[in-house]
Design a binder for this molecule. Structure first.
Ligand code: NCD
Length: 358
């Protein structure tokens, strides 16, 4: 673990294949460690993880907080509605207040693209060491979701060795509102880095053609792609074209709160064309049940039928939620465990469960 190169986590465009392997390997270890019954791992004892969610969240926030507690960190959470933001305090001053209380990791979600990256810039300028972990910013990036989706798929394809290689050569269909989805963007970086081909499917208003070239442009400030050879991205307009040969299908929520104009004729017609059902999944071919993923929250009967969502033969939605905790434990560990603890490479003392109760 001593070579972990990232002090902050803003997006997955900067991740090499080794970085993905490190997170998946660690998350898989955390997944199999016995942390039930209130037992915790002492790895982050004395560290403070602060969650600052300026936008609503059910899964991400509680999963980060549970992950931090399972590693024995102290956890503090900020709620915008009852904060001094309403008295005019700026976002930066709010964050600095938590830094002054000793926050080691700031998990930040904001509806505006770029807020976590701006915070990193300010913290650097002020010489502050706290790490920023992006919990989702605007349309841009949701790295922990991209990583938990990756672990879920890797465990499905190769339960014995769920590393990046489990994704090599797979065809993954991403269906729906790609344009407004930070989850889709993070998945595009993650899946192609691991050698999977991604087929995007939706109407041109939600899946513009330009997404074909999405991973070709390095993000600002980055010279070159840390991944030598990525999987390809294809764009299809119908499920009939997109699904044949797909090894897994991920469908995305229609992000109505982010649509600035009418991009759909109606939810019913969207479901008729792009909604996943048992019958539609048969288009994938093959004899094994094809796994279906959704980052949640789901609009039942729109992105997929209620019957499919609740069918354990196909639906990995609960598995995604479950995998969120060990993936976020891995991220918090990599960002916040002291260099000494990381050098000891997950040695027994920092990872052996203690019997202390939360
Ligand atoms: C996603 C998000 O907030 O970006 N949800 C999540 O974190 N699980 C996707 C969504 O809101 O549709």
């Amino acid at each position: 673990m001593s070579g972990w190169p990232h002090h902050h986590l803003i997006d997955l465009a900067r991740f090499s294949r080794e970085d993905f392997a490190t997170v998946l390997g660690l998350a898989q270890r955390f997944r199999t460690l016995p942390v039930s019954g209130g037992r915790k791992l002492p790895a982050l004892q004395g560290r403070l993880v602060t969650t600052l969610f300026f936008e609503p969240s059910t899964r991400t926030r509680s999963s980060f907080e549970l992950a931090a507690r399972r590693l024995s960190a102290d956890v503090q959470s900020f709620t915008p509605s009852s904060s001094s933001l309403s008295k005019g305090e700026t976002l930066l001053d709010t964050v600095l207040t938590y830094v002054a209380m000793g926050a080691d990791v700031l998990v930040v979600r904001h509806r505006c693209t770029g807020v976590p990256a701006r915070l990193v810039h300010h913290l650097r300028t002020l010489g502050i060491r706290a790490s920023v972990l992006n919990g989702g910013d605007g349309l841009h990036s949701h790295p922990s979701q991209g990583l938990l989706d990756l672990l879920t798929l890797a465990r499905h394809f190769n339960p014995g060795d769920p590393g990046p290689r489990a994704l090599e050569g797979r065809r993954i269909a991403l269906v729906g509102d790609v344009l407004h989805s930070r989850v889709a963007r993070s998945n595009l970086w993650a899946l192609t880095a691991c050698g999977a081909d991604v087929v995007l499917c939706g109407p041109p208003t939600l899946v513009p053609d330009l997404f074909r070239r999405f991973v070709e442009a390095p993000p600002p400030g980055q010279q070159e792609d840390p991944v030598a050879r990525r999987g390809r991205i294809e764009v299809c307009r119908t499920l009939e074209e997109a699904l044949p040969g797909a090894d897994a299908v991920m469908t995305l929520r229609l992000q109505k709160e982010r649509m600035r104009q009418h991009l759909l004729s109606s939810l019913e017609s969207y479901h008729r064309c792009f909604g996943l059902t048992h019958a539609r999944l048969r288009l994938c071919g093959g004899s094994a049940p094809v796994p279906v993923l959704h980052p949640g929250p789901v609009n039942r009967g729109v992105e997929m039928s209620g019957a499919l969502l609740s069918d354990p033969e196909h639906s990995l939605v609960d598995e995604q939620v479950l995998n969120g905790v060990p993936v976020r434990m891995a991220l918090l560990y990599l960002l916040a465990a002291s260099e000494v603890a990381q050098g000891a490479a997950l040695d027994q003392s920092s990872l052996n469960p203690s019997s202390s109760r939360p």
